[in-house]
Ligand binder design. Structure first.
Ligand code: ATP
Ligand code: MG
Length: 202
């Protein structure tokens, strides 16, 4: 349903969840391409709380601020604290429930890379996920963009310009004294340097 009771067009809001440790141009290109292809009014970046599927990550406040810095110049990009302000591990179902409650009149589009969509079948409450958002899986170098065994129409696949950038590689480069200029936004390069992030073992 794309029109509300008043006949007005419903707002279309992308949701880009991630650890963003640090945010990089792969994330930003993916969000921008989905916004273009799906005619989104806004993309909300949602840094995770304590990720349950990863080991130690940089403290949430640093990841949140780097995400703000990286998205600040785009009028359609915003950042939400819902996951970092909620205690405990982040589950996508909780993220979407909270965002949907805050914007009952919006249609949500959850944006995820090809590596992350592969895990989608193992998520909790998978049936409710389909009711809360449409899922858009974007291509990512090194990961096959294919989804099998999902209800038809719930997941769209989108080829985006291939940027072989990962946060893991960015952290590793910083720890070895290699530059991350042009892999992450300039302000994020400067933030990493200012706060001595990723200096030791990634
Ligand atoms: P890490 O290496 O720490 O796992 P990451 O680069 O995978 O970091 P995440 O924060 O884990 O970044 O990713 C958030 C979302 O962005 C995920 O859905 C992921 O698939 C997607 N994504 C990350 N990098 C890219 C990329 N280069 N191209 C397209 N999508 C990407
Ligand atoms: Mg990842």
């Amino acid at each position: 349903s794309s029109t509300g009771p008043s006949g007005q067009r419903r707002e279309r809001v992308g949701v880009m969840g991630g650890t963003f440790d640090p945010i990089h141009h792969g994330h930003l290109v993916a969000a921008s391409e989905v916004a273009q292809s799906f005619d989104l009014d806004e993309v909300v970046f949602v840094p995770t709380g304590e990720p349950w599927q990863k080991g130690r990550v940089t403290e949430a406040e640093h990841r949140y601020l780097m995400t703000v810095i990286a998205t600040a110049s785009n009028p359609r990009f915003t950042v939400s604290r819902v996951d970092i302000d909620r205690n405990g591990p982040t589950y996508t179902i909780d993220t979407l429930r909270e965002l949907q409650a805050a914007r009952p009149d919006a249609d949500l589009f959850f944006i995820t890379g090809a590596d992350a969509i592969a895990q989608i079948l193992s998520w909790r409450d998978v049936d409710e996920l389909w009711d809360l958002a449409h899922f858009v899986a974007v291509s990512r170098p090194g990961h096959l963009l294919e989804v099998t065994g999902l209800p038809n129409g719930d997941v769209s696949l989108l080829e985006v310009p291939a940027l072989a950038i990962s946060s893991t590689d960015c952290r590793d480069r910083v720890s070895r004294g290699f530059p991350v200029w042009y892999l992450v936004p300039d302000g994020v390069v400067q933030y990493i340097s200012k706060h001595h992030l990723y200096r030791s073992v990634a």
